[in-house]
Design a protein around this ligand. Structure first.
Ligand code: E4P
Length: 240
C-alpha cells in the first residue's frame, strides 16, 4: 500500500515527503483553487521535482472529447515524462483517452470520480494506472439521501460506511479475479476513519489531505504522546 497526498500545496508536500513515507500526489482544479495556484502546470512541475515522489496526478480538462484529452495528456506527461499520471474523468471520452495514452504512448492515467464497482470494471478494461474511488463524496451522498445531518454520527453513517466497504472490497476482488494491473486509489479521504477503512479493504493507494496524514501519527486517546512523555521522564535517572 502506498500513501499519496491529495493537495496542490507544494510546501505541504515537501514537508510530508521529508518523512520518506509519501510516494505520490493527486491534484485537481478545486485543490489548485484552494491553494491559490492558477499556474496549475507550474505547480505540477514543482511537485515533480520533490524527491521521493514516484507519481504526480495532473488533471486534464473535463469537457473535451477523447482526442482532446489524449492530446492534453501528452502535454501534461511532458512536464515530467513517466512521473505524471494524467487524470481523466470517468466517462467514455476519458476512458478512451486513457486507453490510447497507455497503448500509444505508455503514459500513466488516473480515472477520477469513480463511485461504483461497474465503473471500476470499465477503467480496468481501459488498463488505466489508477482508479480513484471517492470515499468522502460517496459517504456525503449516501447520508444526504438518508435524510441525516451529514455531520452527526447516525445509522445513515454506518450504512454509508458499509456501502463504501462493499464497493472497495468488490473493486479489490475484481482486480484480483480478472488479473488487472490497475491500482485502486482511495480518494476524497476526509479523516483517519477513511484511512482505516480503505486499508481494511486492501486498496493499493490512499491519497489523503496533508492534515489527515499528520493526524494518523497520533492515536485518538493521545496514548502515544503520553507514552513518549513518560519514557522521557523515566529516562532522567538513566546514566547511559
Ligand atoms: C483526488 O484525486 C480527488 O480529486 C480528491 O480526493 C477529491 O476530494 P474531495 O471530495 O474532498 O473534493
Amino acid at each position: 500500500m502506498k500513501m499519496f497526498l491529495d493537495t496542490c500545496n507544494v510546501e505541504a508536500v515537501r514537508n510530508a515527503a521529508d518523512t520518506g513515507l509519501i510516494s505520490g500526489v493527486t491534484t485537481n482544479p478545486t485543490l489548485a483553487k484552494k491553494a491559490n495556484r492558477p499556474d496549475y502546470r507550474k505547480m505540477i512541475s514543482e511537485m515533480c521535482d520533490i524527491s521521493g515522489l514516484e507519481s504526480v496526478s495532473a488533471q486534464a480538462r473535463e469537457d473535451q472529447n477523447a482526442d482532446g484529452m489524449f492530446r492534453e495528456g501528452i502535454e501534461l506527461d511532458a512536464i515530467f515524462p513517466g512521473k505524471i499520471a494524467v487524470k481523466l474523468p470517468m466517462n467514455p471520452h476519458g476512458l478512451t483517452a486513457a486507453k490510447l495514452l497507455r497503448r500509444k504512448k505508455e503514459i500513466h492515467t488516473n480515472i477520477t470520480l469513480t463511485f461504483t464497482p461497474n465503473q471500476a470494471l470499465l477503467a480496468m478494461e481501459a488498463k488505466v494506472t489508477f482508479i480513484s474511488y471517492f470515499m468522502g463524496r460517496q459517504e456525503d451522498k449516501i447520508r444526504e439521501k438518508h435524510g441525516e445531518d451529514p455531520k452527526a454520527p447516525s445509522e445513515a453513517e454506518s450504512y454509508a460506511i458499509s456501502e463504501i466497504r462493499r464497493d472497495l472490497e468488490r473493486m479489490v476482488s475484481y482486480k484480483e479475479r480478472y488479473g488487472s494491473e490497475s491500482k485502486i486509489l482511495a480518494a476524497s479521504v476526509r479523516d483517519f476513519t477513511h484511512v482505516t477503512l480503505a486499508a481494511d479493504c486492501g486498496v493499493d493507494v490512499i491519497s489523503m489531505p496533508p492534515e489527515v496524514f499528520w493526524d494518523i501519527f497520533s492515536d485518538p486517546l493521545g496514548l502515544t504522546e503520553d507514552g513518549i512523555k513518560r519514557f522521557l521522564k523515566d529516562r532522567e535517572p538513566l546514566t547511559s
